[in-house]
Design a protein around this ligand. Structure first.
Ligand code: GUN
Length: 297
């Protein structure tokens, strides 16, 4: 039989976390609180539409209130800032997520700054970024937090390991490095970040006992870039043309899965790896935010 690494099942692991959240949502309901998440989508980017739909569905499934706001692609920055001010003031809303990327007439930084840090379930507000970096409690960004949980819960605790991250985005690469290097259980990793300007990338990725790909280039990581026996987390979600698929495309990760899986200890699939984890971490942040309003009351 062909040798293959273990496939890390993100759908199954996210479901375990979801079960715990269900109990918390019931406990909150008994105290008269329904956690509420507002999701704002500007424009009609098809991938963003899919993500937003999944987030709404996930809320409904867990018994959370979901407030969906869709604004046109030519929406002004002021209109979006006005909506955020309303959501900041709305006591039914415990979490606010503005789907990125935004159209070019809108300054992303200004928008993220306008969200109340106590409702910033994406963890993108500079206050929460600062808390994350200094190891204070706050909202952790969902995809990096999901990657960390995926590692811990599949038996590959990053503690003491050399983790190589390919990609330096504000959404994944940078926060993931900050989370995994913390002096904390489930972290304590030695982290290297690589990016498009890294010289001799393969020589560095081959050092990773845990290799995390978050670059947004389909099947970029090949077998010769991976250490034998590594654990590989693929954050990429890329659409590639496929005439045999009903939609005319299919989703592939940043890792050449077929090539790499034979060489590794374990690997996440796309879809069904990191994706479901991101959504459940968003739900967790929203429930945490709702719980905090009770603690403060
Ligand atoms: N676009 C891609 N990933 C994310 C995310 O985690 N949050 C938001 N708001 N937008 C995204």
């Amino acid at each position: 039989m062909e040798k293959t690494g273990k496939i890390i099942d993100g759908a199954k692991i996210s479901e375990e976390i979801r079960q715990g959240l269900r109990r918390e949502v019931e406990a909150l309901a008994s105290r008269g609180v329904t956690p509420g998440l507002a999701v704002v989508l500007v424009g009609e980017d098809p991938a963003s539409q899919v993500y937003v739909r999944r987030k709404n569905k996930s809320c409904v499934d867990l018994g959370l209130a979901s407030f969906s706001h869709e604004l046109p692609a030519d929406c002004t920055q002021d209109r979006l800032l006005g909506l955020i001010a309303e959501l900041n003031a709305d006591s039914r809303v415990h979490g606010i997520l503005v789907q990125l990327p935004l159209p070019k007439q809108i300054d992303e930084h200004k928008v993220l700054l306008a969200i109340d840090p106590d409702k910033d379930v994406d963890g993108f507000h500079p206050v929460n970024v600062g808390k994350m970096l200094s190891g204070e409690p706050g909202f952790l960004p969902c995809t990096p937090a999901g990657c960390q949980q995926l590692l811990i819960r599949s038996g590959y605790n990053p503690d003491g390991k050399h983790v190589v991250i390919v990609g330096r985005s504000n959404i994944v690469g940078k926060p993931l490095a900050a989370i995994l290097m913390q002096k904390a259980p489930g972290a304590n990793a030695t982290v290297t970040i690589c990016h498009s300007r890294t010289r001799d990338l393969p020589s560095i990725t081959r050092q990773g006992e845990i290799l995390i790909a978050a670059i947004g280039v389909p099947r970029f990581i090949k077998a010769d870039m991976v250490k034998e026996g590594a654990v590989v987390i693929d954050v990429g979600v890329n659409r590639v043309a496929d005439a045999t698929a009903k939609a005319g495309y299919r989703l592939v990760g940043d890792v050449d899965f077929e090539e790499v899986k034979a060489k590794v200890e374990a690997i996440t699939p796309v879809p069904g790896g990191v994706g479901p984890m991101t959504i459940v971490m968003l739900m967790k942040n929203t429930v945490q935010s709702a719980r905090r309003t009770l603690e403060e009351a």
